[in-house]
Design a protein around this ligand. Structure first.
Ligand code: FAD
Length: 386
């Protein structure tokens, strides 16, 4: 198989290059032989989390004093890129929801007691985390969520429902966003709660069947008088919306990273295919149109990659870069769409057959411009800051 290499930006240090080599071995040995079976099962096994935990890769966004390595957003992008490169989109979806989209709320806003209780097992992969924000009636418009949490003595009682929750079926902790102040309008009056699986009233209503990312589990959840102690409130009461917005920076960077990796993989598969496929007395690669098409796609991928690492580096330096990360989420995920469709086209009928890697990668790509802030929502974030 051809390896499509791209020169690294300066923020990818020697330490990160070693980490990447370790991840490539892990993907080759522990993911590729099993990926198709995981797709059929609709989940990745728990052992993937514990193996990544043993490799020290689940703690890159967590503080050293709680067992993490605190390597920051550039490392997260690299991690996402390599998992994305596996060509099984459900793998990075499940793992990155755990590492960058949910558990980071605990290390950023959790109490000392919550950090001590939960972070060590999150970092080892023994506890898998989900984040439950989206509802049947509120997706892009997070401020429209309706799930209620009402204070009752030393507890909160939660009622409502959530949809499309990654790791919601097989995960162990669900971070639930609920409205704690019924009078407050929109974004005000939302709080986050740490809910342990098995708590009475937390119901996995359905395991959802998806078009792509089939090896990540996705749930519809119901909360039926779900009672949690007030100590499970995560961060400040009524300030959950702002915590969610803040953490979107991580989420969007790793989604861009996933797209970069999956795009690189699609390009590799296609370069390999066109160099062997015979047509009109030569290979597809011998046709100038093929070469120029792939040249342009590789150029766009490079632009997305350069932007993504540049934005991760800004975020690492603590620069206000909501605009830049929104741009990156748009560009890396939109280039991903164009690239997989161009690559599938060059596979001809073979690319349309269920079970070929390019067919799977193309299906998995589709969610990237929807989840974690749809392209249009991201462009609004950019436009607001022009
Ligand atoms: C596989 C998968 C996994 C997910 N995992 C999680 C998870 O773990 N936790 C969680 O909380 N959520 C999760 N989600 C939900 C995801 O974040 C939402 O699907 C996303 O935010 C979009 O919300 P929606 O689906 O309700 O679409 P809607 O909000 O109904 O939007 C539909 C479409 O309308 C357009 N649109 C929306 N707003 C605007 C606008 N302002 N201007 C112009 N056009 C607009 C966009 O094209 C958008 O795609 C997941 C979703 C999927 C599909």
């Amino acid at each position: 198989m051809i390896e499509f290499t791209q020169a690294d930006p300066a923020c990818i240090t020697e330490e990160l290059r070693l980490l990447r080599a370790q991840l490539r071995r892990f993907v080759a040995e522990e993911v590729l032989p099993h990926g198709d079976a995981w797709e059929r099962e609709g989940r990745i096994p728990r052992s993937v989390f514990t193996q990544l935990g043993r490799m020290g890769l689940l703690g890159m966004r967590h503080p050293v004093e709680h067992g993490g390595t605190d390597l920051g957003p550039v490392a997260s992008v690299l991690f996402a890129e390599e998992l994305g490169r596996s060509g099984y989109g459900g793998l990075p979806a499940s793992v990155l929801v755990h590492t960058d989209m949910s558990s980071t709320h605990i290390s950023r806003r959790g109490s000392e007691a919550q950090k001590r209780k939960y972070l060590p097992r999150i970092i080892s992969g023994e506890t898998v985390v989900a984040i439950a924000v989206t509802e049947p009636g509120a997706g892009s418009d997070v401020a429209g969520l309706r799930t209620r949490a009402v204070r009752d003595g030393d507890d909160y009682v939660i009622n409502g429902s959530k949809i499309y929750i990654t790791n919601g079926v097989h995960g162990d902790l669900v971070l639930v966003a609920a409205r704690t102040d019924a009078q407050a309008k929109g974004s005000r009056g939302i709080s986050l709660f740490i809910v342990e699986k098995g708590t009475p009233g937390l119901v996995v209503a359905r395991e959802l069947d998806k078009h792509g990312d089939r090896c990540s589990d996705t749930a519809e959840l119901f909360f039926d008088d779900l009672r949690v102690p007030a100590t499970q409130l995560l961060g400040e009461e009524h300030r959950g919306f702002y915590a969610i917005m803040d953490n979107f920076q991580n989420e969007r960077l790793v989604m861009a990273g996933m797209s970069l990796g999956a795009s690189a993989r699609a390009l590799e598969l296609t370069l390999d295919h066109v160099r062997h496929r015979q047509a009109f007395g030569a290979t597809l690669w011998d046709l100038q149109a093929t070469r120029q098409k792939l040249g342009l796609l590789a150029t766009k991928l490079w632009s997305a990659r350069a932007m993504t690492y540049a934005a991760a580096e800004l975020e690492a330096r603590g620069v206000d870069c909501v605009r830049e990360i929104s741009m990156v989420k748009v560009w890396a995920c939109e280039v991903h769409q164009e690239l997989v469709h161009g690559c599938l086209q060059l596979h001809g009928g073979a690319g349309f057959m269920v079970g070929t890697p390019i067919e799977r990668i193309t299906r998995d790509a589709r969610v990237q411009t929807i989840g974690g802030g749809a392209t249009e929502v991201m462009l609004e974030e950019v436009a607001k800051r022009l």
